[in-house]
Structure formats: structure tokens, C-alpha cells
Design a protein around this ligand. Structure first.
Ligand code: CP
Length: 351
């Protein structure tokens, strides 16, 4: 079982089978993460750089935790505290880091296409942790994982994506993924925040009416207004946006059913989502964050294949550089890696 791509740059490049494989690997890894001992040796002897040119809390820490749980060695790069602040180029920075025998790159950048550019110039495998307004593939995967976990299926599920669709890499990755997996998608928000031809281009429904959209959907994935990516005024004020497109308790109570509320974070409380919705039982926002560790662990699967040396040296099997099927195998063998401790009879009798 292998993925069709070397790098994980976007959901656009993945097949339905790739997505299913990552989600099922994440399911196995999530089981490992529930144990008292949460570590497996799948990425032992693999060194990963988390290269963050843009701020992050959830993505950066969940990648780092997944890497550590899989026994990888990790180093963390933040642009503001590095020599990038002195003008060093992206390519120079990455080539210098790779020369220290780093095997893989997890990368976030404010420029759309930055990881695609890098993929053409470096031998190491890359996982895109969010590029500008293009894609955030592991967010799309963890959102899908969370929808499946809380509602049982993606096939036929009605998912509304609400808010700033125009500037959202989360929206784009979610749409690609949900459509490939057979879900129905409606995007909803002010006309100025929804790309004009999105319906024709991506096969989604478009609605400017929040209440109708909520009445239609099973799941509402609510997005933040990305003021940092808007270079012109696209709506009158945050207060007016909130009045027309903010989700509050009164609105949810007026629906004739209970829907699942999601948000990729960070939340602007009181703008797109009120606290009594964000913190309610209908919300799975913190489950999304928890699932981020499992899904990011699962997302290393495609990237092991071509970035490492072949799994044999001088005719003998290497202990590292294993193909992805062995990655799965190691997780599947978890029960034998960390067997449950049997009670110690000596201690029992001395109590
Ligand atoms: N959802 C998300 O990408 O959050 P961070 O920016 O905190 O990583």
C-alpha cells in the first residue's frame, strides 16, 4: 500500500485511495496515541525540519508531537529568529539545513506555491503545512477525519464551509477532499469573500444566506476572516459581518436539527462564532486539534519513499529508510512493541 505522490503538497494531487490510506493510517496512529506509552519507532533515524515562515500554534505543535511520537529527530525553524531575517533566501536556507543531514521538510509559507517551488529544487520530501491562500492539505485531512469520526461517513455528507472562502487555504483543501470522497459542499459568505466562478471550477453550491445554509447542512465548518490576507476593504465592518454571518446560539436553536460545528482555529470569538457555540457539545473544535496529531503522523506515509536512501546497503537490510509499507507494519505491530505490563507477582505478594 503506497501513495501515488512523493510530496504532500496539496489535496488536489491526491487520489481517493491516497486519502483513504492516510485516514486509515491516522486511525491506527490515533489508537497508539491513546496508550500510556505513546511512542513507536516508525521514523527512528529520520530527521525532520519544521520550517515555519508564518505563525502557527496547532499545525506546528501537532507536527512536532507526531514526529516525536514516531521517534523522529526534529528541529524547528522560525523565520523571525533565523538568518532569513537578514535576507537569506528560502532555497539557501533549506539547502543549508539539508546539508546537516536532514531528511524531510515540513513547511509553512505565506507565499502560495512556495513548497511547490522548493520541491523542484531539493531532494528531500516535503509536506505542505499551509501555503498562502492555496492549500493546507493536512488541515483538510484532519477535518475529514473528524467529520468521519463524528458522523460515521464522508460519502453523501452535506458540509457547509462558511466565511472568508476567497482567502482560505483551508476551504480549498476541504473542498478538494470532500468532493473526491463523495460529500456535498456548499460555500456560504458575503459575495465579496466568495470567488466568482467557484461553483463551475470546484463543483460546490454557493449561498449568501447563512440560515438557509445551516438548515441544509449536517456539518458547518466555520472560517476566520483573514484580515492579514486582504489588501482592500471587502465588507463594511466586523460587527456587520458578525450580524450577517456570525453563528450564535439563538440562530442554532432556531434550526430544526442539531448540526456539527467545526473551526480550524484560531477563532475570532464574537465575530464568526460566539463562545456559547464554540464551547458547546455541538462543537468538535478541540477534537479536530487532537486529531491533528494522528493525521499528521499518518501524513508522513507518502514522504518516506523517495527522500531516503534505498532500504538496502551492501546487500544487507538497513535499519532506517524503510518503505512506507513498513511504516504501516510498525504501527500495526504496536501491540508487540509496547506489550501491556503484566502484574509483577513479587510486588503483589510483598504488598
Ligand atoms: N488551523 C491552523 O492552521 O492553525 P495554526 O495557524 O495555529 O497552525
Amino acid at each position: 500500500m503506497q501513495l501515488s505522490t512523493r510530496n504532500l503538497l496539496g489535496i488536489k494531487d491526491l487520489t481517493k485511495e491516497d486519502i483513504s490510506l492516510i485516514l486509515s493510517t491516522a486511525e491506527q496512529f490515533k489508537e497508539v496515541l491513546q496508550r500510556p506509552v505513546k511512542k513507536v519507532p516508525s521514523l527512528r533515524d529520520v530527521t525532520i525540519v519544521n520550517l515555519f515562515y508564518e505563525n502557527s500554534t496547532r499545525t506546528r505543535f501537532s507536527f512536532e508531537l507526531a514526529e516525536k511520537r514516531l521517534s523522529a529527530d526534529t528541529i524547528n525553524f522560525a523565520a523571525s529568529t533565523s538568518s532569513a531575517a537578514k535576507g537569506e533566501t528560502l532555497l539557501d536556507t533549506v539547502n543549508n539545513i539539508l546539508s546537516m543531514k536532514v531528511d524531510m521538510v515540513v513547511m509553512r509559507h505565506s507565499a502560495s506555491g512556495a513548497p511547490h517551488f522548493l520541491a523542484q529544487h531539493i531532494p528531500a520530501a516535503i509536506i505542505n503545512a499551509g501555503d498562502g491562500i492555496n492549500e493546507h492539505p493536512t488541515q483538510g485531512l484532519l477535518d475529514a477525519f473528524s467529520i468521519k469520526e463524528s458522523t460515521g461517513t464522508l460519502e453523501g455528507r452535506k458540509v457547509a464551509i462558511i466565511g472568508d472562502i476567497m482567502h482560505s487555504r483551508v476551504a480549498q483543501s476541504n473542498i478538494y477532499l470532500l468532493k473526491k470522497m463523495g460529500a456535498e459542499v456548499t460555500v456560504c459568505g458575503p459575495p465579496t469573500l466568495i470567488p466568482k466562478y467557484i461553483s463551475e471550477a470546484l463543483g460546490v453550491n454557493v449561498s449568501y444566506n447563512l440560515k438557509e445554509t445551516l438548515e441544509w447542512c449536517d456539518v458547518a465548518n466555520v472560517l476566520r476572516i483573514q484580515l492579514e490576507r486582504q489588501n482592500q476593504v471587502l465588507f463594511s465592518s466586523l460587527r456587520e459581518y458578525s450580524l450577517a454571518y456570525g453563528i450564535n446560539r439563538t440562530l442554532l436553536d432556531s434550526l430544526h436539527k442539531e448540526i456539527v460545528i467545526m473551526h480550524p482555529g484560531p477563532i475570532n470569538r464574537g465575530v464568526e462564532l460566539d463562545s456559547d457555540v464554540a464551547d458547546s457539545k455541538q462543537s468538535i473544535i478541540l477534537q479536530q486539534v487532537e486529531n491533528g496529531v494522528a493525521v499528521r503522523g499518518g501524513s508522513f506515509l507518502p514522504s518516506r519513499r523517495k527522500s531516503r536512501p534505498p532500504p538496502f546497503k551492501n546487500g544487507k537490510a538497513r535499519t532506517s529508510g524503510a518503505p512506507p509499507s513498513q511504516f504501516l507494519l510498525l504501527i500495526e505491530k504496536k501491540a508487540t512493541i509496547h506489550p501491556k505490563k503484566k502484574p509483577n507477582p513479587t510486588r503483589e505478594t510483598t504488598k
